[in-house]
Design a binder for this molecule. Structure first.
Ligand code: GLN
Length: 281
């Protein structure tokens, strides 16, 4: 009789070696994620893999070897402890962005009835994580991409969180006129430079360029959004951006030039500048 547990172990080892040969850094971790996704069982407890599951695993392994991001293959990823559905057409939530949620959680009291806008919401991960922390807040996520918004809707429904999701162009001043008395505007806009777009990691090149490219110097969104979205912010309201690690000085200057005060730069867990915020006078 075939020892199925041993067979499962051999299958795992085989795929880990395949990933290693393909130069995938966290080979074992990624294979484990795929095995767990297909079988629904923690990888170390898998005792049997059906022929159907085998096929599914093989196809996922091939997609990964061809450079597709693991997150798209799994169809989900975790952000701030929440399951977040992702796939082609939406930016994958990054752990770097979690520090932005931590910071907001420290700045405001959870019972506050805040009016929050999340611009370029993508998968909705920021808006939804904030709604969990601030249940009484009125939160709106805006994005121009129907594909991204479809994921945001799915995530919203999965978590049963009451946030408003709107399709709109954050660079359109007329669209911004629909909003007023906002306490907090948060955004992780596209911020990669032309040069960075030419040297993207294979995985990142599968993500939508519209979610990554911020104009030749990467700062187009900061320049335009700061000017446009200053108006709907309350006096004393806060504007908070995720930034590329080289952009702290430039983005601070943009905020200063638009008369924001109390400009602060904060770092992520890897000690890279990651957030710039300012208060409207
Ligand atoms: N942080 C992303 C990256 O490094 C970029 C996301 C963005 O442009 N907002 O690829």
């Amino acid at each position: 009789m075939v020892n199925r547990a041993l067979e499962c172990k051999a299958i795992r080892t085989f795929h880990v070696e395949q990933f290693q040969k393909a130069g995938i850094p966290d080979s074992a971790f990624e294979v484990n994620c795929i095995l767990e996704q297909v079988t629904g069982i923690p990888w170390h407890s898998i005792r049997e893999i059906s022929p159907e599951q085998r096929k599914q695993i093989n196809s996922m392994i091939q997609r990964r070897i061809s450079g597709e991001p693991l997150q798209y293959i799994l169809g989900e990823w975790e952000f701030y402890g929440m399951k977040c559905f992702v796939g082609k057409g939406v930016l994958i939530p990054r752990p770097d962005t979690e520090c932005l949620i931590d910071l907001i959680a420290q700045k405001f009291r959870s019972s506050e009835k805040l009016n929050i806008l999340d611009l370029c919401t993508g998968s909705g991960c920021i808006a939804l994580a904030l709604k969990k922390i601030f249940p009484d807040a009125e939160i709106t996520g805006v994005d121009c991409s129907p594909e991204a918004l479809a994921y945001a809707e799915k995530n919203k429904n999965y978590h049963g969180l009451d946030v408003q999701l709107l399709r709109g162009d954050v660079l359109d001043a007329a669209f911004a006129k629909n909003f007023n008395s906002v306490d907090l505007i948060v955004s992780n806009p596209p911020y990669l430079t032309s040069q960075e777009m030419q040297t993207l990691q294979t995985e990142v090149s599968h993500e939508p360029a519209t979610a990554l490219y911020g104009g030749s110097d990467g700062l187009d969104f900061y320049r335009n959004m700061t000017e446009i979205w200053k108006t709907p912010l309350k006096s004393g309201g806060m504007l908070l951006y995720e930034i590329g690690e080289q952009q702290a000085v430039a983005v601070s200057e943009i905020l200063l030039s638009q008369n924001f005060q109390n400009i602060q730069v904060m770092q992520d867990l890897a000690h890279h500048d990651r957030i710039v915020s300012g208060d409207k006078i």
